[in-house]
Design a protein around this ligand. Sequence first.
Ligand code: IFM
Length: 456
Amino acid sequence: MNNEQLIINNERVSFPDGFLWGTATSSYQIEGAWQADGKGESIWDRFSHTPDKIKDGSTGDVACDHYHRWQDDIALMQSMGMQSYRFSISWPRILPNGRGTVNEAGLDFYDKLVDGLLAAGIRPFITLYHWDLPQALQDEGGWENRATVAAFAEYAEAVSARLGDRVTDWITHNEPWVAAFIGHAWGVHAPGKQSYPAALRVAHHLLLSHGTAVPIIRQNSPNAQVGITLNLTVADPADPNNPADWDAARQLDGQMNRWFLDPINGRYYPADLTAAYEKEFPACMNFIEAGDMATIAAPTDFLGVNYYTRAVVKAGEGIMPEQIKVADAPHTEMGWEVHPDSLYRLLMRLHYDYRPRRLYVTENGASYGTGLDENGRVPDIDRLNFLRDHFHAAHRAIAQGVPLDGYFVWSLMDNFEWGEGYEQRFGIVWVDFETQKRTPKASALWYRDVIGKNGL
Ligand code: IFM
């Protein structure tokens, strides 16, 4: 790397040549068309159609109607100079029953999308699983059922066999912590279960399916670069003078970070946590079978990092340490503290503790509701500042030797924010959900400039 490129010169910073700038979305959050062309039902279709699960009572039935507007959306990205686009595939579009007969129309959709992106000079980054499990598999126990791992392998085979000649960048899972714990311990996401042991079991099967899929993707996609995306954080004690708060920080770091980072790096599950879990839930780790941990540790090419905020924790009773809201600190509309320095700390920690070959920030962004002004513009200066400060943090990490190769802003456009419905807007493009009109916000216009200059 040429160090001169990285020098911060009168506030101007340049990223290394070839640094990849993009945006990210996920299938359920943007596609809509929930029953089109043979698609099966997903657990998010079922969950959002269940009364009182989504704050504003909405669903992803239409969402951003991306399924029908993908060409316009590619043109939109092209107009912003986007170099890469991270999107996920809807498993029930490909395998409506989760396994078995492939729905060719589902594959055709992504085939056209990939070709359209490549023709526009935009590098596709595919995520196989961003939470929309086929409901048919949930009916058989979902991710609690070990058989879902084999179904995921079938799905990975179908997708990589069809797209692997053109797509080089593959992410097996997005945020398995969220899928496992928010979906199965807290019950706030689909499928809405509330059992900590169930969440542990689900997390294991998600990881196992990741490790099972890696060689399948490599076989079908000779130039594949394969990784997994984790939602990671930095845990700080509420009171640095209180050893119990430090212990709570260790615990939260274990639950959210090490529980996933350790096994994918061949280090088994963190012993401090397994001991605590087995004390609370006897035999709760009995899902591990011979060979599982080796499968989970399949070598990967990169680690995807989703970073939004840090966690400030204090000692408490429950299994999950209590997080406190830091007074006087800026927060986004999700109530998440804005803390760019923790992105730097996280990247440095990952580099030194785990040494991934390469890293991508696969998601970073902020929810702010700023809407259209009287001139039809969206002056989302809070988001612009948020991104600018996080880009600086990433740049500092690169200057310290962290092999960060790219950055995907979450999200390309406002979309269905899971249990929050459409009330939280993360997009750099405003979406009018009545008309589906897209309007690039100030942050998008600014981002175009950053990409053009490869710097700030
Ligand atoms: O919208 C989500 C995305 O699906 C996963 N990562 C966090 C985002 C914001 O909550």
